[in-house]
Design a protein around this ligand. Structure first.
Ligand SMILES: Cc1cc2nc3c(=O)[nH]c(=O)nc-3n(C[C@H](O)[C@H](O)[C@H](O)COP(=O)(O)O)c2cc1C
Length: 197
């Protein structure tokens, strides 16, 4: 069975990819994606390649009512890894939970129903899902940025997001309206990363 082709041209697609860039959460303001746009963003994730069709990832949105809990978890993680953290560092850590209008936490699932699909392959699948989400957001004129850091797999975030023993916190994906942005970075020329055997 053949798959229906789309009207997307290679140059359109490349243009969309080139237009996307990482926007720091502090530069993302309201409005964030509405429910329909968020649905499209998650639908885009579902089109990621997935060896063994394990669906080895989950996305968890953070409603405004849980921002306080997320900020407190960031602070608890910071204090645990650095007992000398200053009040300024603690405040900065807490405020990370309040920066973008839409915050989505991504997790990787390492359940072993198919141990032949190792962690690296599952992570690639998650990365593809995230890139699909970022591109869908861009096509909707929504800015996006990824954040990670040492707290993402701390016991405090694991507890808050109810991760199972076989799940790992990977990163946050932040969405919103772009208030300001840095200049485009230069992109590597394919000749620098492609060779022939
Ligand atoms: C898994 C992952 C984690 C990231 N974590 C952070 C982060 O903690 N802080 C940050 O400023 N950028 C983070 N980024 C974004 C990168 O810094 C950004 O993609 C990179 O600078 C390249 O810019 P571009 O996305 O505009 O091409 C992360 C990206 C990935 C893929």
């Amino acid at each position: 069975m053949t798959t229906k082709t789309t009207q997307q041209t290679p140059s359109n697609l490349l243009e969309l990819m080139a237009a996307r860039k990482n926007i720091a959460p502090k530069r993302l303001v309201s409005p964030g994606p509405d429910l329909h746009q968020l649905e499209l963003i998650f639908k885009a994730a579902s089109h990621a390649p997935d060896h063994g069709q394990l669906n080895p990832w989950r996305f968890i949105t953070v409603p405004d009512s849980k921002r306080n809990a997320l900020g407190s978890a960031f602070v608890a993680a910071l204090k645990t890894r650095d007992s000398t953290a200053t009040q300024e560092q603690i405040d900065a850590s807490y405020s990370k939970a309040f920066r973008a209008p839409c915050i989505v936490f991504s997790t990787l699932n390492l359940e072993q129903s198919n141990p032949q699909i190792p962690k690296a392959e599952r992570l690639i699948s998650l990365g593809c899902a995230i890139q699909n989400m970022l591109l869908m957001a861009k096509s909707l004129n929504i800015g996006s940025g990824i954040t990670s850091g040492q707290a993402v797999n701390s016991k405090y975030l694991r507890e808050l997001f109810s991760l199972s023993e076989l799940e790992e916190g990977i990163c946050f994906i932040n969405f919103g309206t772009i208030e300001s942005e840095k200049p485009n970075r230069s992109r590597p020329n394919p000749s620098s990363f492609v060779s022939s055997l």
